[in-house]
Write a protein that binds this ligand. Structure first.
Ligand code: MG
Length: 324
């Protein structure tokens, strides 16, 4: 196959991603896309790269990989309260495999459509399988939810449940096994790892309520740590409040707590809420978000244990460090 026919083949698979948003003045097909940003909004931009063998397994289903590649970037938009608009895709492929392209583009297309985000440009090269996606979202500058806004006395919340993706990863790596988990349980965990749900609606709904937010990609402790660093504050967490899924509740509480605190890839949101919004928070988000602690002025993260005793966290254990 010539380079040209390879290119048109790839283009064919990604044409299904071309929704037609009115703010796309010129989409794929020229040197640049031309995009109309509303006058009172700014662009929220984020890029993520997934590399085979580092961020996903070589045998992963291409459709779930398509989903996850976009989901992890959408999750960053969610954490800012931004609305998805456009994305670009850089794909490095070891070979042209039509079955793979079909599945991958399908996974991408389904999630893109769900969130009305349009593919507006891309690049393909040959090499080890790597997916880079840059997302562009829209947000009013004064409404973007940043990491540095937490204040003393704010409550700390998370969406969904934590630790599922980490449990799936350990199962996959054969580092752990629990006989209480049925095959269906394991499927659930695997889906949480491979097809995370970006919390975009919640992110938008938190505008005007949350004082700071982050998405949990590297683990609760590591990501909450970013909020605390940026806000120059500390936190006290109530371990008994950590939201654990029914499936993960089948394993030992200690293990589930460790996964919830330290394992990444859940793509839930962690955010802080000031006292004047507590009531609204409990009312509007009940069942979707869990209060897990509060912001304090002693630096570091402390746990409230069973007897209300405070335990300090060994921060060197917190989260996943890509360069370790
Ligand atoms: Mg993030």
């Amino acid at each position: 196959m010539t380079i040209n026919s390879e290119f048109s083949l790839i283009q064919h698979y990604f044409e299904q991603l071309t929704l037609s948003r009115e703010d796309v003045i010129l989409g794929i097909g020229d040197d640049c896309a031309l995009l109309q940003c509303p006058a009172d909004h700014v662009l929220a931009v984020s890029v993520d790269t997934l590399v085979e063998g580092i961020h996903f397994f070589a045998d992963v289903d291409p459709q779930t990989l398509g989903h996850k590649s976009l989901a992890v970037s959408l999750s960053d938009l969610a954490a800012m309260g931004a609305k998805p608009a456009w994305f670009t895709l850089a794909l490095t492929l070891p070979e042209i495999n039509e079955t793979w392209l079909q599945g991958f583009s399908q996974g991408l297309a389904l999630l893109a459509k769900q969130h009305n985000i349009q593919l507006v440009g891309g690049d393909t090269t040959r090499g080890p399988l790597t997916v880079s996606i840059q997302v562009h979202g829209l947000v009013k500058p004064e409404q973007a939810i940043k990491r540095n806004g937490a204040k003393l006395g704010d409550m700390i919340y998370v969406t969904g449940t934590l630790g599922d993706a980490g449990a799936a990863l350990q199962l996959k790596l054969n580092q752990w096994h629990d006989e209480n988990l049925t095959p269906e349980d394991q499927d659930y965990l695997q889906q949480r790892l491979e097809q995370p749900t970006p919390r975009l609606q919640t992110g938008e709904d938190l505008i005007g309520i949350a004082s700071s937010a982050i998405d949990i990609s590297d683990g609760l402790l590591a990501d909450l740590g970013h909020i605390l660093n940026k806000s120059q504050l500390g936190a006290r967490l109530d371990l008994s409040k950590l939201p654990i899924s029914p499936v993960l509740s089948k394993i030992s509480r200690d293990m589930a707590e460790n996964l919830a605190l330290e394992s990444g890839d859940d793509y839930e949101l962690c955010f802080t809420v000031p006292p004047q919004h507590f009531a609204e928070m409990e009312q509007r988000f009940s069942g979707m978000c869990t209060r897990i602690g509060m912001i304090t002025d002693d630096k570091g993260i402390y746990f409230i244990g069973d007897n209300d005793e405070l335990r300090n966290l060994n921060t060197t254990k917190a989260g996943y460090d890509h360069f370790k």
